[in-house]
Design a binder for this molecule. Structure first.
Ligand SMILES: [Zn+2]
Length: 274
């Protein structure tokens, strides 16, 4: 059986893929007679922003499919109205999901001075570390980023950061369908636009199919609230679960789900002294 290492994935991830391939091999044999499982070409990251209280149920939904997601939280609003509290956040992390930074108060970084950006990004990460997490990836609130914010993200010890937009979607038909497996700009990882209340299941599938058809790559999907009819930036649990069920079946086409941390092979760095 030939194993193709996917763009320098960490050893643990490679082992996990090996284990899953071993299990899948007899099935693949029965289907094709070739006995050769599909090699991984497309990696989907399921990211959930803002520490919404509905993310406890969303995390469980992923777990039932054997998937793990990335949850980007604002430490100053954790425990607030309609937000996860620290205990709920810890439970999500314990189940194997990634906890990433999203600034202290969910502010538009491009409107801040560099020193204010440092407070928002570094203090948020410092708090996450004090809470026992090892945050390696950041999501810019509103996807709003400039060169200062990118430099600050790096200075605060993050190894990669996600914006919103830049990949193919209805608003950008000419954009690439997948981010590079090892993004050229690790501090501005691209995504399709946020999943919204009016995003159809078919459109979510299409984001993945587009990448599969054009050589694969990384497709980070951006979710916010997971509840029916609860705002523009929401997805219903039913739609999300339908999508996850479909996504699980794409393994045979070389598509897998990984956290942002695993997808980009992020490395943890302690808080720099400053
Ligand atoms: Zn956000």
């Amino acid at each position: 059986m030939k194993i193709v290492r996917w763009a320098g994935a960490p050893a643990a991830a490679v082992l996990a893929v090996l284990a899953s391939l071993t299990v899948l091999a007899p099935l693949a044999q029965a289907d094709s007679g070739a006995g050769r499982p599909a090699k991984v070409t497309t990696v989907v990251s399921l990211t959930f922003d803002d520490g919404d209280v509905t993310h406890t149920a969303a995390a469980r939904m992923l777990e039932r499919r054997g998937m793990r997601g990335t949850f980007y939280v604002n430490t100053e609003t954790i425990g607030g109205d309609a937000k996860l509290d620290r205990r709920a956040l810890a439970a999500i992390a314990r189940a194997g999901h990634e906890i990433g930074g999203h600034t202290l108060t969910h502010i538009r970084l491009t409107q801040l001075t560099r020193s204010e950006q440092r407070t928002q990004i570094c203090d948020d990460r410092r708090t996450l570390i004090a809470w026992g997490y090892r945050p390696t990836t950041l999501a810019y609130p509103f996807g709003s980023v400039d060169s200062d914010a990118k430099a600050v993200a790096r200075q605060c010890g993050y190894d990669a950061a996600r914006r919103v937009g830049g990949l193919k979607e209805w608003g950008c038909p000419g954009c690439p369908a997948g981010e590079e497996p090892r993004p050229r700009d690790r501090y501005e990882i691209r995504t399709p636009g946020s999943i919204r209340e009016d995003t159809l299941l078919r459109q979510m599938r299409q984001q993945v199919l587009n990448a599969e058809k054009t050589g694969g790559g990384l497709v980070p999907l951006v979710f916010h609230r997971v509840c029916a009819g609860c705002g523009v930036y929401s997805v219903s649990p039913e739609t999300l679960d339908d999508f996850l069920g479909w996504l699980a079946g794409r393994k045979a086409h070389g598509t897998v789900v990984r956290t942002m941390h695993d997808a980009v092979g992020a490395r943890y760095r302690p808080m720099p002294r400053n």
